[in-house]
Design a protein around this ligand. Structure first.
Ligand SMILES: [Zn+2]
Length: 266
């Protein structure tokens, strides 16, 4: 009994010490502090902009260690605080002995961040305007300059093709293998649809990933409306590349707007 109490006390102490590990890194490295604080704001913005609801998440690569990333523990994005941020390796394993419950789909993040050194932030969500594209085979393509990064269209991750031996999964990307398969489907693009589930978006920074998620969702709504009216004129690949280069220089502007909005409601 005495031993059990001692073990429990040690466990509590260990988890306290380890829970402070991300905080310690923040104290030691200003870049880590900035990344974690920005990650918290991004969680709130994504909720405020209807890119996520009670579900969905955003990660950022650790600026002090490219082989780890930060992601909140399993809580709704709108309530994420600095203390909720955990650190994971590229197999989705929690580090620092952190035993708190993590998102079951952290493998989306590990899968993409592991294979894409140009991506430092990943977002996963289920925004409803996105869903019909993964269901019907209609390609989500850029209809305006804001979502030019969609290029020649978003690929669709078909989980049935990767779930062995039973293709009838719960639809969750809940293993390193499924995370790797999703990343492979994304290829060299920055957005991938997940049939019957949602999407994953990636970018070189948190701000860019948030920007892309918000405008990909808007693109989905506009494209659906336009398709009801008639033949849609999409951006050509050349227009998409040129527009992307121009618009993505300006992402600080919506970030300022969105971050000030969420700060006011806190
Ligand atoms: Zn999901």
């Amino acid at each position: 009994m005495k031993n059990k109490i001692f073990s429990l006390a040690l466990l509590a102490l260990t988890s306290q010490v380890n829970a402070a590990s991300v905080q310690e890194q923040m104290e030691q490295n200003p870049a880590v502090k900035t990344a974690v604080e920005e990650l918290v704001i991004a969680n709130h913005i994504l909720y405020d902009q209807n890119a996520v609801d009670g579900y969905g998440h955003i990660s950022v690569r650790n600026p002090a260690n490219p082989n780890t990333f930060f992601l909140a523990r399993s809580v709704a994005p709108s309530v994420v605080k600095v203390e909720d941020i955990m650190e994971f390796d590229m197999n989705g394993k929690a580090l620092n002995g952190d035993t708190r419950v993590a998102y079951g789909e952290r493998f989306i993040h590990s899968g993409v961040l592991k294979t894409r050194p140009d991506i430092n932030s990943v977002i996963h969500g289920h925004a409803s305007p996105i869903l019909p594209y993964g269901l019907t085979g209609t390609t989500l393509k850029p209809v305006y300059h804001m979502s030019a990064f969609l290029g020649e269209g978003a690929p669709v991750f078909e989980i049935r093709n990767f779930a062995q031996p039973n293709p009838d999964t719960d639809m969750f990307v809940s293993s390193p293998e499924l995370g790797d398969a999703l990343s492979k489907t994304m290829g060299l693009q920055y957005f991938v649809l997940m049939r019957g589930h949602g999407y994953a978006a990636g970018a070189s920074s948190i701000k860019m990933a948030v920007f892309r998620s918000v405008y990909a969702i808007q693109n989905a709504s506009i494209q659906a409306e336009a398709m009801k009216m008639g033949q849609v004129q999409y951006l050509t690949p050349g227009e998409a590349a040129t527009a992307q280069a121009t618009i993505e220089k300006t992402i600080g502007r919506p970030w300022q707007l969105w971050s000030e909005r969420v700060k006011k409601t806190q």
